[in-house]
Design a protein around this ligand. Sequence first.
Ligand code: URA
Length: 434
Amino acid sequence: MRTVDLIRRKRDGEELSAEEISSLIEQYTQGGIPDYQMSAFLMAVYFSDMTDQEVTATTKAMVASGSTIDLSGIAGVKVDKHSTGGVGDKTSLIAAPLAAAAGVMVPMMSGRALGHTGGTLDKLESIPGFRTSLSVDEFREQLRMYNLAFMGQTPEVAPADGKLYALRDVTATVESIPLIASSIMSKKISEGMDALVLDVKVGSGAFIKKQVDARKLAQLMVAIGRRHDKRVQALITDMNQPLGYAVGNALEIMEVSQTLQNAGPTDLTRLSLELAARMIFLGRVTMTLDDARELAQRKLLDGSGYRKFKEVIKAQGGDANVLDRFDLLPNATGVREILSPRNGFVTAIDAEYIGMASAMIGAGRETKEDAVDPAVGMILEVKIGQKVDAGAVLCRLYYTKDEKLEEAAELVEDAFRVSGTPGDERELILEVVG
Ligand code: URA
């Protein structure tokens, strides 16, 4: 079958066979199909969608393009957690230590910040000395010893996804639900997990803006997992305002520390506990989800999640004292306050604007090659629903260079809506799938 015929059939809404998809992906990865044809195919998928069989075949082909990390020699159910990306989303750094302290094996393969969303690896690397570039053997050994290890994706994991993602990025085809589902799941399956808790973000600060699309993505990823004998559950959660108060790498580590000591923001604590509970339940540590919730709560209250995080920071070469002494973390040199223009209630804090402003002053990156400044970011002083007086501080920007500071400050001003009447209460956890 010629590639042009596969593109035409997909363009016309036909279903391709597993063999056709597998051959397309294999040939593309090996350089046998040019980018212009693959771009046309991706755009055809964007408009014509894929059947569940096609998504499963795409995922399988991407897994087969690389090697799978073998964690079978480690006893216990290996449970990973993945977020589709948000602003101020540091739940992995809270849920993973809580679940590990409860006895779950947590192999955490995380990503970096891109665009307006943050990344777990960048947050961890703001801790002086912390090493995320573990070899697979080191990763396994650490998992065996501490129940928890953090590392980045290795080049051997689903290389087809790496190549396809780069092409999607420049052909306006990232926002295709079957392509996002197969991209995420191929990496997770290659990483050797048995079970996975997904946090599918929806709202202004997320990839997915509509709940109906988030539901479709969640259902698709749960179904792909099931077809690969993996237990997968997905929470669909609100990302219309940043999670917690801190946005930016070292600032988020401080908030993680406070939250693991049960002194964190309510929304962040609540979501992290629910994610940890689902990890504990899927890890078969408890028989029921309610028992798992109780256990997660206990691990928070007795400080064992906090101690676990310290242990893992130390094991990966980091200075665990940063969790008690924030002055040991990289610190910004300047502070710019954003004030409320009037008396009223905060009715919106556009998470995308906050994420973009944060990236602009150096907390994130526009291209994969950019470096992040670990010290910078912002701390919100208010959340949606709060009453404020004119002139009250809504947010503080922490910066080290002032090149783009004013532009970022304008975006942050635009992100806040202060109105005369309070808006509707917002649900944080919108749905559960799986
Ligand atoms: N994250 C991924 O890993 N892949 C996508 O396609 C989108 C988000």
